[in-house]
Design a protein around this ligand. Structure first.
Ligand SMILES: O=C(O)C(=O)C[C@]1(C(=O)O)C=C[C@@H](O)C=C1
Length: 102
């Protein structure tokens, strides 16, 4: 059973909770990536991988939600920027391989 931070009495307790949450985060990130993979199948050319307006929207959303949740909005922006950069590179490559473009 999971323990709230205040109920953790030892460093081991805390690390067990961190490991549990990291596992959940990986599962969520893998689910998110499933949609990115599908998005790459629907885009017609590698140039479509970068969608600046949508990137701004996603970063604004996560920063706002982080702030509400008590997490630093800059941390959320930084993590999602990295994630989106990686997704863009993935999409570019996947679309180029499928269409023969570059
Ligand atoms: O919304 C898209 O078009 C996506 O491909 C998803 C996503 C993202 O990871 O959220 C990835 C790349 C785009 O430049 C913008 C957003």
């Amino acid at each position: 059973m999971s323990k709230a931070p205040a109920d953790c009495a030892t460093k081991e307790d805390i690390r067990a909770e961190i490991d549990r949450l990291d596992g959940e985060l990986i599962g969520l990130l893998a689910s998110r990536f499933g949609y990115v993979r599908r998005m790459a199948e629907l885009k017609a050319s590698p140039e479509e991988a970068v969608v600046p307006a949508r990137i701004d929207e996603v970063l604004s959303h996560v920063a706002a939600r982080a702030g509400t949740a008590g997490l630093d909005p800059d941390l959320a922006r930084s993590l999602w920027s990295k994630l989106i950069d990686w997704n863009i590179a993935f999409e570019r490559k996947a679309i180029a391989e499928r269409t023969g473009g570059n």
